[in-house]
Design a protein around this ligand. Structure first.
Ligand code: PFF
Ligand code: NA
Length: 453
């Protein structure tokens, strides 16, 4: 069965449009906000190497798998999975993988929106000259001010959720495609400027050393899980986001090539962010394991002290928010596409309901940085718990299922057909990785974390 379908939601106008949208989904807070702080918390170099290995051996093959499953099914992940399971005469329960993704997307967006809200508030802080000439202490106080204010955080979280709902309600062609067109070049440019500033701090080498000089004694099972979970998170894998975008992909396009491009761009942005941030940390004697506040306590120092920093500071946080927006629309898209297909609601209504639910859950994250900071479940605040549950558990589980499905359940001639415009050797490498390496790696990391291994 190798005939192909078209999606009812429309199709990308070109290969470029798919690359932009998938890159838009991938590149976001994960690269600029999360990667540096988890690298800081997990000792730097060795963690970064494990992370890069995870991108290559687990992330990339699963990104290819998700794209081709999406393109073959041409619907929301839930319906795509049940159709393709049907096509392969497999257990219909495979569609629960789609459900897992909808739930993971909801939960991620609930805290993603809060952090994007921090970014939004920093656009205004930058605009009103809040960073000008500032040192580490002032910048830290600014950040604490925001952390200790639920009303401020809720306000910005609300604005960001509204923006997400607005873009998503406009549909594939109108909403998603436009938002990502100008982002990447802008982001790259400002990151390069920040790297240039980092070189003037006097601690550039120390920062680079921290980021790239591996000390494997710092690696624990939990660190490996965090690195692997982040590979899924940063590439938007394991929850159907890339599957949805793949479902709009024209049949003529090489999935392997586009996936390599997207993963490459994503990795480049993360590494650039790290290279910009750690020299600033060392030069100002800041705390390397500062956690989720790391970029908000480092980059403003750069903007406050570099030439043109007022403008670049505003631009940077604007771009960060747009990068977050092009990711958040893909976090909610699986849910919206499903509501539209199965519940016969129109796109607008689907957006309102999905958005409202996410907004409410997001309040838990807001409060975990202030009034509920002592409220812990399994020794974690609500934010920590949501982050751990989604990035370290749900996404790897979803990705594991995708790999097993593409490698073992789908008929080889079907996956080969979807990858027909890729070079045969690429197909063979992918086939080996997705069948053996990726699922085994995820499984072993899990075994290690639960103490079996
Ligand atoms: N990849 C995004 C980031 O790095 O910020 C986050 C993300 C978006 C995760 C979409 C998952 C997803 F489906
Ligand atoms: Na990313």
């Amino acid at each position: 069965m190798t005939q192909t379908k078209k999606s009812i939601h429309g199709e990308w106008s070109s290969r470029f449009a798919f690359i932009l949208a998938a890159t838009g989904s991938a590149v976001g807070l994960g690269n600029i906000w999360k990667f540096p702080y988890i690298a800081g918390e997990n000792g730097g170099g060795a963690f970064v190497i494990v992370y890069l290995l995870c991108i290559l051996l687990i992330g990339l093959p699963i990104m290819i798998a998700e794209s081709l499953i999406g393109r073959r099914g041409r619907q929301s992940p839930i319906n795509t999975m049940s159709d393709l399971a049907d096509e392969a005469n497999a257990d219909p329960r495979w569609h629960y993988v789609g459900w897992l993704g909808v739930i993971a997307g909801f939960l991620i967006l609930s805290y993603y929106s809060v952090i994007a809200g921090w970014g939004l508030s920093y656009v205004f802080k930058a605009f009103f000259g809040g960073f000008s000439g500032a040192d580490g202490t002032t910048i830290k106080d600014t950040f604490s001010g925001l952390m200790n204010s639920p009303p401020q955080q809720i306000f910005w979280h609300s604005i960001f959720m509204l923006a997400t709902m607005l873009v998503v309600s406009k549909g594939v062609a109108g909403g998603l495609e436009k938002a990502v067109r100008f982002l990447m070049p802008g982001l790259f440019t400002i990151l390069m400027l920040l790297v240039a500033y980092a070189m003037t701090t006097g601690a550039y080498e120390q920062g680079i050393n921290f980021l790239f000089n591996p000390d494997f004694s710092k690696i624990t099972g939990q660190a490996v899980l965090t690195a692997m979970g982040h590979a899924f998170f940063t590439l938007s894998l394991g929850m159907g986001a890339i599957m949805v975008y793949g479902s709009y992909l024209p049949n003529s396009i090489s999935i392997t090539r586009t996936s390599i491009l997207i993963a490459g761009a994503d990795t480049a942005v993360a590494l650039l962010a790290g290279i910009a941030i750690f020299p600033i940390v060392f030069a100002n004697n800041l705390e390397i394991a500062a956690g989720p506040g790391l970029i908000f306590q480092t980059l403003p120092i750069a903007f406050g002290n570099m030439t043109g920093g007022w403008l670049f500071g505003i631009l940077f946080f604007v771009l960060l928010v747009f990068a977050a927006l092009s990711s958040s629309i893909s976090l909610i898209e699986p849910a919206v596409a499903w509501l539209v297909e199965n519940k016969a609601v129109d796109r607008k209504k689907a957006c309102v309901w999905a958005g409202l639910a996410t907004w409410v859950i997001g309040l838990g994250t807001v409060f975990s940085f202030n009034v509920w900071s002592d409220f812990k479940i399994f020794d974690r605040t609500i934010f920590d718990l949501l982050d751990y549950l989604t990035a370290n558990l749900l996404l790897p589980i979803g990705g594991f299922c995708v790999a097993v499905f593409a490698g073992w359940i789908m008929k080889p001639e079907d996956s080969e057909h979807e990858l027909r415009s890729s070079r045969p050797i690429h197909y063979q490498i992918w086939w080996f990785l997705v069948r053996y390496v990726s699922p085994a790696a995820v499984f072993l990391v899990f075994l290690n974390v639960v103490g079996v291994l």
